[in-house]
Design a binder for this molecule. Structure first.
Ligand code: PLP
Length: 340
């Protein structure tokens, strides 16, 4: 089976597992796990922030950040396609009592003017606009990279309006590798930001949330309260450190394979359109004469290839460390058979 459903399907390599076995460990929630501490220091440094905390998932990073930044009745502004609006089970409402406002961005990217227009007047009738969140890269935008300048102007617009800023950096390093920009250059102006280790970086568990010392102190309250505080988490933190050393530069290979798949799709008669491929995500629409998205998914699965349907005719393919050139050739041959 070749699994292109998501980069979350990547599995730890043998060398990563060896790094996990060799990890020095202690009680994480007492601050005694040296490997987790090293990971947090390293990520805080790479993201240009004062401090960081290790969490079990990216979703918990988003949810804790919203909880720390906001009070019930506050409003969080993000693109309408964002993960926090669509894929976290209504967590911001359930856990923080906030209202979410989705902006009609362009493939997940919005502008400073969009932010200014969304900010509510400060009166007691309106929810209090509190936080602007951006996603780097924009998943449903087809893995689109926020250009550094656009992101900086959005952060400035939010701060000028008295709002806080948060980056969902589930695939931040894909953006860094694609654009040749350091992580810090994207993240240092944000009030909070995080990176996921279970996407393209190929670790089995873990995400790190970063921010000011005060912010991370508060984040720890909710990590404890929501059951995210751990014990000998060095075993998994070691996989994350290994990924930072060995799996960042290779993201360029994933981007190359995704570009090849995107170009191949563009030449197929039953493909309506392909979103421009920038990183490791390929999103395309099947033309009216072709199968439905789910139909294509089901037939390809019989050929031993897994992809995902996102809407009636919209399909997503994601490249990662577990699918190399051979997998890409098989996928392209299957796509030709069913969409040719
Ligand atoms: C995967 C993802 C998340 C959530 O991360 P998990 O580690 O799966 O909880 C958040 N935001 C984006 C953009 C993602 O792709």
């Amino acid at each position: 089976m070749y699994d292109f459903y998501s980069d979350t399907k990547s599995k730890p390599t043998r060398a990563m597992l060896e790094a996990m076995i060799a990890a020095e460990v202690g009680d994480e929630q007492k601050g005694e796990d040296p490997t987790t501490n090293a990971l947090c220091e390293r990520v805080a440094d790479e993201l240009g922030q004062e401090a960081a905390v290790f969490l079990p998932s990216g979703t918990m990073c988003n949810e804790i950040a919203i909880r720390v930044h906001c009070r019930p009745g506050d409003e969080v502004i993000s693109d309408q396609t964002s993960h926090i609006i669509n894929f976290e089970g209504g967590g911001p409402a359930a856990l923080s009592g906030v209202v979410l406002k989705g902006l009609p961005g362009e493939r997940g990217i919005f502008s400073p003017d969009d932010v200014k227009a969304a900010v509510r007047p400060p009166n007691r009738y309106a929810p209090r606009s509190r936080l602007v969140s951006v996603e780097q890269t924009a998943n449903l935008g087809g893995g689109k990279v926020w250009p550094q300048h656009d992101m900086a102007t959005v952060v400035t617009a939010a701060h000028d309006a008295g709002l806080l800023t948060h980056m969902d950096g589930a695939r931040l390093f894909n953006a860094c590798v694609k654009a040749g920009v350091s992580a810090r250059a994207y993240t240092s102006q944000f009030d909070s930001c995080w990176v996921d280790f279970t996407k393209g970086l190929g670790a089995p568990v873990g995400a790190v949330l970063a921010g000011s010392r005060g912010f991370i102190g508060e984040a720890w309250r909710f990590k404890q309260q929501w059951g995210g505080a751990m014990r000998q988490s060095g075993v998994i933190a070691a996989a994350c450190l290994y990924a930072l050393d060995h799996h960042v530069d290779r993201l360029a290979d994933d981007h190359g394979l995704a570009a090849t798949i995107g170009t191949h799709l563009q030449g197929l008669p039953k493909v309506e359109s392909v979103l421009p491929v920038e990183t490791n995500i390929v999103i395309f629409d099947i033309a009216a004469g072709g199968p439905t998205g789910q139909g294509l998914v089901d037939t390809l699965e019989k050929d031993g290839i897994v992809i995902g349907a996102f809407a009636e005719r919209r399909v997503r393919i994601v490249t990662h460390i577990g699918v190399g050139e051979d997998a890409g050739r098989d996928l392209c041959a299957g796509l030709s058979r069913h969409l040719g």
